[in-house]
Ligand binder design. Structure first.
Ligand code: IMP
Ligand code: MG
Length: 185
């Protein structure tokens, strides 16, 4: 059917809900409790969010925690556009905060091959944190890198997911739920 002149076509059909807003909310609170159960009461956390996909998860997680916590961000590049893999992982924006002696939690949106997280563990372990843990909202099966994720929100099937920070071509990040779409290569 023709669309009205001037109106931008929706690039894809609406995502199918995979994880609802309520499920995410519940799980984020549980993860916050898991994190707090695994640190000493006197420990201060440094949460490092991996831009851009983790920004909503980190915002909710940071508010669900009650321990002393600092926030910082890093940016990496690995996927060039859409879902096509562009090659190696690079740190394109570093933290401002010193990591040495800190209890660090790297907060990722999604672990797919595990390459990004494996790279980040290597980078931050070399800076001598007091402890280094990893947290991902969702994890896909069949990681090519055997990477330890200490806190996982949801294990999901091998489908492209969007929403709650996750994107397809930088779209859909603002959806309150996590949904699946069919990526167009
Ligand atoms: P990995 O290095 O293969 O584990 O990929 C991790 C990165 O790929 C994530 O931080 C996301 O930016 C991106 N990614 C992988 N799968 C998806 C997906 O289903 N939706 C959105 N982004 C994804
Ligand atoms: Mg990412």
């Amino acid at each position: 059917m023709d669309r009205p002149p001037g109106r931008r076509a929706d690039p894809l059909s609406a995502p199918q809900v995979l994880i609802s807003e309520a499920e995410i909310d519940r799980r984020v609170r549980e993860i916050a409790s898991e994190i707090e159960a695994s640190i000493e009461e006197t420990d201060e956390l440094l949460l490092i969010g991996v831009l851009r996909g983790s920004f909503i998860f980190l915002a909710d997680l940071a508010r669900a925690l009650t321990c002393s916590r600092k926030l910082d961000f890093i940016a990496v590049s690995s996927y060039e556009s859409g879902s096509s893999f562009a090659g190696e992982v690079r740190l394109i924006m570093d933290v401002r905060t010193g990591v040495a002696g800190k209890h660090v939690v790297i907060v990722e949106d999604i672990v797919d091959s595990g390459r990004t997280l494996a790279y980040l563990i290597e980078v931050f372990a070399a800076r001598h944190p007091a402890s280094l843990r990893t947290c991902a909202l969702v994890r896909k099966p069949h990681q090519s890198q055997d990477v330890a994720v200490d806190y996982v929100g949801f294990d999901i099937p091998d489908e492209w997911v969007v929403g709650y920070g996750l994107d397809y071509n930088n779209l859909y990040r603002g959806l309150p739920y996590i949904g699946t779409i069919e990526p167009q290569e």
